[in-house]
Design a protein around this ligand. Structure first.
Ligand SMILES: NC(=O)c1ccc[n+]([C@@H]2O[C@H](COP(=O)([O-])OP(=O)(O)OC[C@H]3O[C@@H](n4cnc5c(N)ncnc54)[C@H](O)[C@@H]3O)[C@@H](O)[C@H]2O)c1
Length: 355
């Protein structure tokens, strides 16, 4: 038996693949295009592990997924591959449509064709797990209850609209063709190996270097934060015991404003790398012009996954953020490699006009 992971050289995919091989012996095939967000260095520790096969390829190319499926015959697909950064989707939505919508469509077509060719027993056990986001529900008001799986989709950015489109296609392949798909909607993940364009690694890296900490708008936007290892455990449970055709929310039960998140990162940095002239690092916080259409609040209710699969997050924000900040401080070589080159040009494009 084997599973296929798409996007397994990105942030969550990397954590999932490493976690998967630690938890059991089932091999994993990892299909990734290696965009700016994919980094094979993340998988260095399993470079010689015969249970891991890496295939570089684009899910939106019509022949890619079919050929991986026929060569490796997986019992399940865990689909992470996507363009994921909201700001990039504002500067250039094209890649988001191509990978998130067309790519997911190609993957579903390939999965359907493959699934139909399986024997009955394998057909029953086969799963496609589509990893999606709380952003598909759009912005919640302060008084709204956290979104349940029944909430209406109302995506507001090109990124969330492309993920919503993909989720609708996934749903339709269950209802129309019976393909055993499951969608999970998760909140903001944080932890090791996250590309430092997203809030937590960006602020950690800048803070550790004594550089400015630019926060959009008034910093009061609220997100729920999920430690990536908790997310991986939840995904394994959904793959094992989730019901085909269903949607499961996965969140950390931890809503925080951006400014509170950054302040906590500053405290951890002051504590873990003391003796620096820039302390306290919260003095480095600068409020910059807001992201267009910036959603105010996301929050997810997790009663369904708790009730049906017995999953709950193990990490609090205090414990998770400490591990995370420590990981970035301890992995300077990884950071130096990632922060050279294209990443710099991207930061200039995004932040230069936000005086
Ligand atoms: N990071 C979060 O907080 C978060 C929150 C909610 C949902 N999600 C979802 O989880 C999934 C993984 O997110 P992430 O943060 O790890 O993303 P990421 O940007 O770190 O990694 C994405 C990976 O997909 C690969 N990829 C991109 N286009 C591809 C293509 N056309 N073909 C094959 N591979 C391709 C990239 O090379 C990269 O390795 C995404 O679907 C994302 O929408 C992430």
């Amino acid at each position: 038996m084997t599973i296929l992971v798409t996007g397994g050289a990105g942030f969550i995919g990397t954590n999932f693949v490493l976690d998967w091989l630690k938890a059991g012996d089932e091999p994993v095939v990892n299909l990734d295009k290696l965009t700016y967000a994919g980094n094979l260095r993340n998988l260095q520790s399993i470079a010689n592990d015969t249970r891991h096969s890496f295939v570089q390829g684009d899910i939106a190319e019509p022949d890619t997924v079919p050929s991986v499926l026929s060569e490796h015959c997986p019992r399940a697909i865990v689909h992470f591959a996507a363009e994921t950064h909201v700001d990039r989707s504002i500067h250039g939505p094209q890649n988001f449509i191509q990978t998130n919508v067309v790519g997911t469509f190609r993957l579903l077509e390939a999965a359907l064709h493959y699934w139909r060719s399986l024997e009955d027993a394998q057909k029953n056990d086969f799963r496609v797990l589509n990893v999606s986001t709380d952003e598909v529900f759009g912005s919640l008001s302060p008084d709204d209850a956290p979104a349940t799986e029944e909430n209406r989709y109302a995506p507001n950015s090109p990124y969330s609209a492309s993920k919503a489109a993909a989720d609708h296609l996934v749903r339709s392949y269950f209802h129309t063709y019976g393909l055993p798909v499951i969608t999970t909607l998760c909140s903001n993940n944080y932890g090791p190996y996250q590309f430092p364009e997203k809030l937590i690694p960006l602020m950690t890296v800048n803070g550790s270097r004594g550089q400015a900490l630019p926060i959009y708008g008034d910093g009061k936007n609220i997100r729920d934060w999920l430690y990536v290892a908790d997310h991986c455990t939840a995904l394994r449970s959904v793959l094992d015991r989730g019901r085909p055709g269903e949607v499961y929310n996965i969140a950390g039960n931890c809503e925080m404003t951006n400014v509170d998140v950054v302040t906590q990162i500053c405290s951890q940095l002051d504590d873990l790398s003391s003796g620096n002239a820039v302390e306290p690092r919260r003095d480095l916080i600068e409020f910059v012009s807001d992201r267009p259409g910036h959603d105010r609040r996301y929050a997810l209710a997790t009663a369904k996954i708790e009730r049906e699969l017995g999953w709950q997050p193990q990490e609090t924000f205090a414990t998770g953020i400490r591990k995370t900040v420590k990981w970035y401080l301890d992995n300077q070589a990884w950071l130096d490699e990632v922060t050279s080159g294209q990443y710099r040009q991207w930061l200039d494009l995004n932040y230069a006009k936000r005086a």
